[in-house]
Design a protein around this ligand. Sequence first.
Ligand SMILES: NC(=O)c1ccc[n+]([C@@H]2O[C@H](COP(=O)([O-])OP(=O)(O)OC[C@H]3O[C@@H](n4cnc5c(N)ncnc54)[C@H](OP(=O)(O)O)[C@@H]3O)[C@@H](O)[C@H]2O)c1
Length: 298
Amino acid sequence: MSGETFSRALEGTRVLLSGAAGQVGVALRDLMPEGVELLALERSTLDISDADRVTETVAHFRPHWVINAAAYTAVDKAEHEPDLAFAINRDGAANLARAAQSVRARMVHISTDYVFDGRKSCPYTPDDLPNPINVYGESKLAGEIATRDILGDNLLILRTAWVYAPHGRNFLTTMLRLLQERDELRVVEDQVGTPTHAASLAEVILRSISQDLTGTYHWTDAGVASWYDFAIAIQEMAISTGLDVATCRVSPIPTRDYPTPASRPAYTVLDKSAIRERLGHHGTHWRARMEHSRPPLS
Ligand SMILES: NC(=O)c1ccc[n+]([C@@H]2O[C@H](COP(=O)([O-])OP(=O)(O)OC[C@H]3O[C@@H](n4cnc5c(N)ncnc54)[C@H](OP(=O)(O)O)[C@@H]3O)[C@@H](O)[C@H]2O)c1
């Protein structure tokens, strides 16, 4: 299905989007076809942990689809704030699911590669057993379970990984800043996953809705990288754009030399074959995707 065809399929669809100011939320707003009636709500307008407000808002708008792009995403902070992480990632998601159910809407719930423990050495399929190793992953898995219990077949869970966007705070923008500020950067090379542009995830969400896809699927950009590989690619892209960052030495280090409050899974490459087949959409290698939409470099 081409972009134009999925735009046509979505015409007249009412979509309620939570977390509209986040990386994926902004990408969804940017890509939303004109014919969609969109209610895009940032945290200041709709706090998903406020059950009454969620019920009221959904009942009033009566969407066909709810897209939950809201989440507590601070992986390290979650170790010290588990109640807040669960209040948003489990209870907030459940509030949206209950509200969606009451107006017979379907829901897209975005989840994470961090529901897995990272012990595999080949890509995780949607049927692999989750076993999170940090609070963030536990709270996201609890959100999957809670929303599935409520919505059953009317739910699409899309697990993704290593999301970045040209704006906001993420690995890409952080590296671009540090490359300019520092002479040396040490980046972990023994955690492997796939960088994913928020816009390519947004496109897959819209394609999925246009085809009424439900169930649990995985989506990232194509290919595999370590954080070190990702950092080197960012540096090379920055140099090719004329940014003066060639003198910054980027060195690979093991995870044990970069201790963080939250443990991180070593390997979380996701198997995308099921959704690729269902949507007839294969995506792009992460590096080409990044270079295709260069961020504003300064
Ligand atoms: N980022 C990644 O690498 C990554 C990887 C795998 C999966 N995911 C998943 O992808 C989804 C989108 O993530 P993202 O990268 O777009 O994250 P993000 O940029 O941190 O956006 C999340 C948004 O949710 C909002 N939010 C937080 N608590 C809320 C609440 N109680 N009510 C309403 N909104 C609330 C945040 O607002 P404030 O900024 O005001 O708090 C923020 O705008 C999430 O489900 C995340 O778990 C992300």
